[in-house]
Design a protein around this ligand. Structure first.
Ligand SMILES: [Fe+2]
Length: 450
């Protein structure tokens, strides 16, 4: 009897060990997720294929670990690009379920990747969070600060990240893009393998290669011209619409025609936002005003009720009151209009060395000089609360007396998957006094007793 039991245990151990199969690693890296089409039902997975062949994504709504043949679904590569020294592969997943976790591995002739996962966007009005910022550098303290900011992403577990241009130095090199993508892959994923989709925006550091975001992120373009990288995305049904504009090509003409049609078509969304790299009115004296965008776009934003415009480029932080364009009475063409105006937020210091905040306007709500991102919590209407967006400026790095980048991310607690609306312990949120650390859009000025 004892011998029988012993044999039985050995048999179970043998079966167990054959189930926990170990795979050789696939020959690929720099995996990134991108939103290029409906975030509710699609996801683009991109990576750099090193040596292996025939890569395929195996995926499904059940976590099968690295057991690629246990996943319900598979998708072959949909686009191959050889550019910037990388063998980029894109796999566009379609017909996904909204607001759903998907698990995946990439298998090639060499082996199987780690198991990763992502979440699709909801297709009904549902609360979500996102991170918005821009401007990273490739060397020195600015590079180090950018890596600190990357580390904030997995701690906050946003639905997506909008990156508002200037990924690398303005001399586009393979080395710098490889470094950026490696850091993004290594530093912005969670310990449980969750990856966060990026929504890229063109910056002036990308403008020596106007197609670069299409080649690196498969970003959409207009008018059958892959240099016209501007596009829009919607999520939550008719809840949230966002536009990625392109400040580096012609503003007037095709892009403005497209922009007005897009704003008009989507004006009934609960929230509309747009992003463009260069601020119309920068908050540092080192940067000049952008008259062309102001003339072409600010009146369209107001006409069609754009809620928020995200910008970058200046390497600092600002939030304005909601603004209405008024070229006659306005300061630099804007007057405050809390009721119907567009709130301008930015100005891009993900990693780039902060410039002085020395050019406030009468309608500036608050500016500051440090590395930062904007963290948005977006809420639909409920029985007790109107739809609103809570905006926080998260400080990720400052400089010490020796001009060394100091992390404000180390020691910040991580939010759990079930509590992405919590406030992590140790997080450094810029206090926009007298309004406090949270600026809510639509904006109600509590200091005016409204
Ligand atoms: Fe820039």
């Amino acid at each position: 009897m004892r011998l029988k039991a012993f044999t039985y245990i050995i048999l179970l151990l043998l079966i167990g060990s054959s189930c926990a199969k170990e795979y050789a690693p696939a020959s690929l890296d720099k995996i990134r997720l991108v939103w290029n089409d409906s975030p509710e039902t699609t996801m683009t997975i991109g990576w750099d294929q090193n040596e292996g062949e025939n890569p395929t994504v195996y995926f499904g709504t059940k976590d099968k670990g690295q057991n690629w043949n246990k996943y319900d679904l598979s998708q072959e590569v949909s686009r191959e690009v050889s550019h910037l020294g990388m063998n980029t592969r894109f796999c566009e997943l379609k017909d996904l379920l909204p607001n759903t976790a998907y698990y995946f591995v990439i298998k090639d002739s060499e082996g199987v990747s780690e198991r990763f996962w992502f979440r699709t966007a909801p297709d009904t009005p549902t609360p979500f969070t996102c991170i918005m910022g821009g401007d990273t550098k490739c060397e020195g303290e600015a590079y180090i600060a950018g890596r600190f900011t990357n580390q904030m992403v997995p701690k906050l577990r946003p639905l997506f990240v909008m990156f508002c241009g200037d990924f690398t130095h303005n001399a586009i090199t393979a080395e710098h893009w490889e470094q950026w993508l490696t850091d993004w892959f290594e530093l912005t994923r969670t310990e449980d393998g969750r990856l966060f989709p990026i929504v890229p925006v063109m910056g002036n550091h990308e403008n020596r290669d106007f197609e670069v975001l299409n080649k690196v992120f498969n970003s959409p373009h207009q008018y059958d011209n892959s240099e016209n990288i501007y596009y829009s995305l919607s999520l939550g049904g008719d809840f949230f619409h966002m536009i990625s504009t392109n400040s580096e090509i012609d503003i007037a003409g095709d892009q403005t025609t497209w922009l007005e049609e897009n704003l008009q078509k989507n004006k009934d969304f609960t929230f509309n936002m747009a992003a463009g790299h260069k601020p119309f009115s920068p908050h540092t004296t080192k940067k000049s005003e952008r008259i062309s965008e102001y003339r072409q776009w600010s009146y369209l934003f107001y006409k069609y009720g754009l809620d928020i415009y995200l910008d970058a480029d200046s390497h600092m932080s600002k939030i304005t009151f909601p603004l209405k364009p008024d070229s006659i009475n306005g300061f630099q063409g804007f007057v405050r209009d809390d009721l119907d105006g567009t709130m301008y937020i930015g100005e891009g210091s993900w990693g780039a060395t902060p410039r002085p905040a020395n050019d406030d306007k009468p309608w500036t709500l608050r500016s500051g000089s440090f590395n930062q991102v904007k963290w948005l919590q977006v809420f639909p209407e409920t029985e007790t609360n109107p739809a609103h967006i809570d905006i926080r400026t998260v400080i990720t790095s400052t400089r010490d007396g020796d001009d060394k980048a100091v992390s404000h991310v180390d020691g910040v607690s991580s939010l759990s998957e079930n509590d992405v609306f919590g406030i992590p312990e140790g997080i450094n949120i810029f206090s926009t006094e007298p309004y406090g650390p949270v600026i809510t859009y639509p904006f109600k000025d509590k200091t005016q007793g409204k």
